[in-house]
Design a protein around this ligand. Structure first.
Ligand SMILES: *Cc1c(COP(=O)(O)O)cnc(C)c1O
Length: 356
């Protein structure tokens, strides 16, 4: 049976990306070797990573003030690597705590310097985005999470500040055209919207680096990775290749504008359906709703189990809410079709009609 993949991450990828990736495992570009068997310093792979780096810059419309790196570890590694590179002992960084991933970033940064929570939505269980930032003027940077994957909230416009803006964009990277130049550093684990698990995208404005005294282990030092053009050690070759295929797919489909048009269409359909059915309820502030991850509940908790059972029987995968939040979460990343959202909405309506 055809599955509808609403997984929150790792998540759905375009069929043609999967087909190309599968072919490359058997034989890469007709060279008689698998992508898994080639050296990372071979021209074959150097071409892959260079094309991926330049596609990122093109999609984000960034100039040479910025560097693009593909690094090991998930976004969680960046919770530590960002402050290690940008924040000296005793210096201050401002963090927005609008969700579980932001909270984790705060905790890690606290190991390196003085962390001030500039805004938090903990008072209402992270069901909205607190945009009222109180940023100490001596902050080295401000950190936000552009899309709160677990709670289902998203920044729809970004704070104006003279302090360098750092963003975890793991779950909405390349889903919309934004003014990326507003940010001094962007990171994203690939496995939600741009590929397979195992690689991190890092985009950094070069003038942000080299300002701290702390010695940094080579593998953690952004400047060393820049010098080595992202080939400091063996990168996750296959994951970088899948990211390249996904970037090409995004560009060929019409770029970020088209990704956004599709996202809005899917999210509008989903939210208008949920809002029209009293059997469902959403606690998320409407203006902060995420176009990537819709989080909502069955109004009567006893309906949750049969609803999830029905989803399972009809091939809808990944719709159970995050373990600490519960309820339902429908993730609508770039590769998810409008038809999948339509199928979910049809199911939700049938369920509602039966459980009046
Ligand atoms: C998934 C996610 C992370 C964690 O990613 P890992 O690759 O598991 O480290 C961090 N931030 C956000 C916003 C996420 O969605």
């Amino acid at each position: 049976m055809k599955k509808y993949n609403f997984n929150s991450g790792p998540s759905i990828l375009p069929d043609e990306v999967l087909a190309q990736a599968a072919r490359a495992i058997l034989e890469f570009n007709g060279i008689g070797l698998s992508i898994l068997e080639i050296g990372h310093r071979s021209t074959w792979f150097v071409d892959v990573i260079e094309e991926a780096r330049s596609l990122v810059k093109e999609l984000m419309q960034l100039n040479d003030e910025y560097e693009v790196l593909f690094l090991h570890g998930g976004a969680t590694t960046q919770f530590m690597q960002v402050p290690m590179n940008l924040l000296d002992d005793g210096e201050t960084a401002a963090y927005c705590d609008n969700g579980i991933w932001g909270s984790k970033a705060v905790k890690e940064a606290s190991l390196f310097g003085n962390v001030v929570v500039a805004a938090s939505s903990k008072d209402k269980n992270h069901t909205y985005i607190n945009k009222d930032l109180k940023i100490p003027t001596d902050s080295k940077y401000v950190h936000i999470t552009t899309n709160n994957t677990v709670e289902g909230t998203q920044w729809h416009s970004f704070p104006d500040t003279k302090i360098p803006l750092v963003a975890d964009m793991s779950s909405d990277i390349f889903s919309r055209p934004i003014n990326f130049k507003k940010f001094s550093l962007i990171y994203a684990g690939a496995q939600k919207n741009m590929g397979a698990a195992g690689v991190n995208l890092l985009v950094v404005k070069k003038d942000l680096l080299g300002k701290i005294k702390r010695p940094i282990p080579v593998i953690m030092d952004y400047r060393k990775h820049i010098e080595a053009k992202s080939l400091l050690n063996t990168p996750p070759v296959f994951a970088v290749y899948v990211a390249l295929l996904t970037l090409r797919w995004i560009k060929n489909e019409g770029g970020l504008k088209e990704m956004e048009r599709r996202s809005i269409e899917k999210a509008n359909l989903l939210y208008s359906t949920i809002d029209s059915l009293p059997i469902f309820t959403s606690h998320i502030a409407k203006e902060d709703r995420s176009n990537m991850n819709a989080v909502f509940f069955l109004t009567d908790p006893k309906h949750e189990e049969p609803f999830l059972e029905l989803c399972k029987n009809e091939g809808m995968v990944g719709v159970k809410g995050y373990r600490t939040v519960g309820g339902i979460r429908v993730s609508m990343y770039n590769a998810l079709s409008l038809e999948s959202v339509q199928a979910f909405c049809d199911l939700a309506k049938r369920f509602a009609a039966k459980h009046k």
